[in-house]
Write a protein that binds this ligand. Structure first.
Ligand code: AMP
Ligand code: MG
Length: 330
């Protein structure tokens, strides 16, 4: 069983083929980069996706021997995400499924971030941390669903880093730029720290860090302090959640999981509590076709598919609204 996955929720249009051993055969992605100082405009990103979709899918279905793979199912990112971007991926996938006469599988983008991280790490029943542009959540799998154990009460960790980087006119992706600058910073500046139970709230931190930067504080020190405080807040919530849920595996997934300081902090919490730590490999941390192909393949083998006329997109869609029966009960 080979599954083609199509990703298009936000900045990236991607396509990938995954086999029934969950092996990634191809993974081809193209990312829309807005000009410095500007956020992602949904229509501009969707125009990028429409322009590259043909060549990205063409490359993803081509085998290294020059032939073409024949997918048994077509999976697409059905949400959550930016409406115009989601519709490009869904339209292309519908057309392909109809032309090839293959079933169409809707995939939740956040669940897919966890699926690829679980699959690559051979993880069974973790405390899962999803940190990206769209999500900041601490989750456990209970009774067929990912349950949100803690989350951000306002903006996501990826958004904090992206919005700060935009104000500082650092290039996208903001998180990577902040990480580079933070490595040169040394002084921990005074910034607000807000944890409420297992939840975090980041908007006060973002405002304070942006103000410090505008008042002329050293940019490297602000980036260093922003990372230290933002990641410590999440780490505190993760540590409490880990103790309460008694999991012995910790999974870290999503675009911000590329950050080495965050991996160091979460990894040390796992170690302190005798849990194994599974950060997603950096190649698959940010949005990519492979996460959709992987999740779609699992879902299809559990009977998930949708008729073409019902293949809508859902720009707002919570993780805990999706059945994920492919994660075994332990
Ligand atoms: P995703 O939506 O999963 O592709 O994640 C995108 C988010 O990951 C954006 O907010 C990026 O700024 C962030 N990101 C990418 N690389 C890094 C990094 N090295 N450190 C922190 N965040 C990063
Ligand atoms: Mg994502």
């Amino acid at each position: 069983m080979i599954c083609l996955g199509v990703e298009s929720t936000a900045h990236t249009f991607g396509a990938s083929m995954v086999d029934d051993d969950d092996r990634v055969i191809t993974n081809v992605n193209s990312t829309y980069r807005p000009p410095a100082g500007v956020g992602i405009h949904p229509r501009k990103a969707s125009e990028h996706h429409a322009a590259v979709s043909d060549s990205i899918i063409g490359k993803a279905i081509r085998s290294s021997e020059g032939g073409q793979f024949d997918p048994d199912a077509i999976a697409y990112s059905a949400g959550p995400g930016l409406g115009p971007c989601l519709r490009i991926g869904a339209t292309v996938s519908r057309a392909l499924a109809s032309y090839l006469g293959k079933p169409l599988v809707p995939v939740h983008h956040g669940v897919a971030h966890l699926d690829i991280a679980m699959s690559l790490g051979h993880v069974r029943d973790p405390l899962a941390i999803l940190v990206s542009g769209g999500h900041t959540a601490i989750l456990v799998h209970v009774d067929r669903r990912w349950r949100v154990y803690g989350e951000t009460q306002d903006i996501t960790l990826g958004n904090v880093l992206d919005m700060f980087a935009r104000e500082a006119r650092l290039p996208a992706p903001g998180g990577a730029s902040v990480e580079r600058a933070a490595k040169e910073g040394h002084e921990l500046l005074n910034l607000p720290y807000t944890v409420k139970g297992n939840d975090v709230a980041y908007s006060g931190l973002l405002t304070a860090a942006t103000n410090l930067m505008k008042q002329g504080a050293n940019l490297e020190d602000v980036c260093y302090s922003l990372q230290e405080i933002a990641f410590s807040m999440l780490s505190e919530a993760v540590e409490r959640s880990l103790v309460q849920t008694r999991r012995n595996e910790v999974l870290l997934a999503g675009g911000v999981a590329a950050n080495s300081r965050l991996k160091e902090m979460i990894g040390s919490i796992a170690e302190d509590h005798d849990a194994s730590f599974y950060p997603v490999p950096i190649e698959y941390s940010g949005d990519c076709g492979a996460q959709i192909a992987c999740s779609g393949s699992l879902a299809f083998r559990h009977g998930v598919m949708v008729a073409e006329q019902d293949s809508h997109v859902t720009p707002r869609w919570r993780m805990d609204e999706v059945d994920v029966p492919w994660i075994p009960r332990t």
